[in-house]
Design a protein around this ligand. Structure first.
Ligand SMILES: *Cc1c(COP(=O)(O)O)cnc(C)c1O
Length: 386
């Protein structure tokens, strides 16, 4: 039994970002400034997009992206039910209506066939989520979007490194939104980024992220002298700080290194669990790159005498942090009360919701940590066969 708790999704923080944060503190420039600008430049080069707009969360990036494409009260936006709440709550913040589509059982990604079924005359956009870092079926999704004149915003919170048919995730749709939250593949504490090739979207997001003030208002206290700004909209306070970008500019260059380590762990897990009563992740589709953000096991509960929640408790008792990604959104009280969703409507996501568990997958894990997790999963499941 390990003595310390293995924190789920604990980030790998190294000396250069620690020093950079300290340097920001000493410089006195904590807020949006040159380091945010540098991080944006690095990020758009990394993703190959024309514009990158740093904000303080992926949720903010998604919200501003919906405003940029012009979502208005009453507009419908199709989102997967198998996702984090903010993919859908941001639609509500614009006055729009999130319409849930089911996922596929094996990939947990949104099912293009169900997107088609959910389209109405009020549908304006789709937000596909590259679940766990696995690319969605972007050919099919972009084809549907084109036929029905829908905008596409990719929720890339899990998908910093994801590629599909030689193209970067986040560059298929009108905009792509990324998260640098503490558990994500690159971290800034809290933080997010929207990318696009559309200049108008880019400038709307820049302006709306900082109080609706005219572009470059963040420079008004710089050494080139005070600059007047104009308030153009009732904007938001979504800007990223230099303190956050200070972490990001050192995390981003290590993105491939950390990805390789997570791939190694992923392969160790696949090998270790192949004969257990679980469904391990579906093989990575050819001509795609998986970001290996989450390792989900789907417990084969028909062959076990414990439930998924029992399994969570047993892992916690062994000092292992675990996650559930996700209990589908339409099963939560808010979405049921607000939109009348009931159990039974989105069967694949419900099936996953009952069985899924995410085990630690972080570049910070040592081989011993990984072996400890493997041993725990192994013994819990083999001792509880029905
Ligand atoms: C983490 C996450 C978000 C939100 O990201 P924040 O940066 O925490 O706002 C959105 N969508 C998905 C799928 C996520 O996992």
């Amino acid at each position: 039994m390990r003595r310390d708790f293995l924190v789920f999704g604990s980030p790998l923080i190294e000396q250069p970002e620690i020093e950079e944060v300290v340097a920001s503190m000493k410089s006195g420039w904590l807020g949006t400034g040159p380091k945010v600008h540098k991080f944006e430049e690095m990020y758009k080069k990394y993703k190959g997009s024309k514009y990158a707009m740093a904000v303080n969360s992926c949720t903010a990036a998604l919200h501003l992206s919906l405003l940029a494409i012009g979502i208005k009260p009453g507009d419908e936006v199709i989102v997967p039910t198998m996702t984090f709440t903010s993919t859908a709550s941001v639609v509500i913040h614009t006055g729009g209506i999130p319409v849930f589509a089911d996922c596929k059982k094996d990939t947990m990604n949104i099912d293009p066939e169900d997107i088609k079924r959910k389209i109405t005359p009020r549908t304006k956009a789709i937000i596909p989520v590259h679940f766990a870092g696995r690319a969605c079926e972007m050919d099919a999704i972009m084809d549907i979007a084109e036929r029905h004149n829908l905008r596409v915003i990719e929720d890339c919170a899990h998908a910093i490194e994801t590629e599909y048919h030689g193209k970067q995730a986040g560059t298929f749709g009108d905009l792509g939104c990324f998260s640098f939250y503490v558990t994500k593949n690159i971290v800034t504490g809290e933080g997010g980024m929207a990318i696009t090739d559309n200049e108008e979207y880019s400038s709307t997001i820049k302006i709306m992220a900082l109080h609706g003030m005219s572009k470059d208002a963040w420079k008004r206290f710089g050494d080139s002298g005070y600059k007047h700004y104009q308030v153009l909209y009732a904007g938001y306070k979504y800007n990223m700080m230099d303190l956050q970008a200070a972490i990001g500019i050192h995390q981003l260059p290590r993105v491939d290194h950390q990805w390789k380590r997570r791939q190694e762990i992923w392969n160790m897990y696949n090998e270790a669990f192949k004969d257990l009563p679980v469904f391990t992740p579906a093989p990575v589709e050819s001509d795609t790159k998986h970001a290996y953000h989450l390792y989900n096991l789907l417990l084969d509960i028909e062959r076990l005498k414990i439930s998924r929640d029992d399994f969570l408790d047993m892992m916690t008792k062994r000092n292992i942090g675990i996650g559930v990604h996700y209990v589908a959104l339409h099963l939560h009280p808010f979405y049921q009360n607000a939109f009348g969703y009931k159990i039974g409507g989105l069967p694949n996501a419900e099936w996953v919701s009952e069985r899924t568990v995410s085990i630690p997958l972080s570049a910070k894990l040592t081989d011993e940590d990984v072996e400890y997790v493997i041993e725990a999963v192994n013994s819990i499941l083999t001792l509880n066969l029905s």
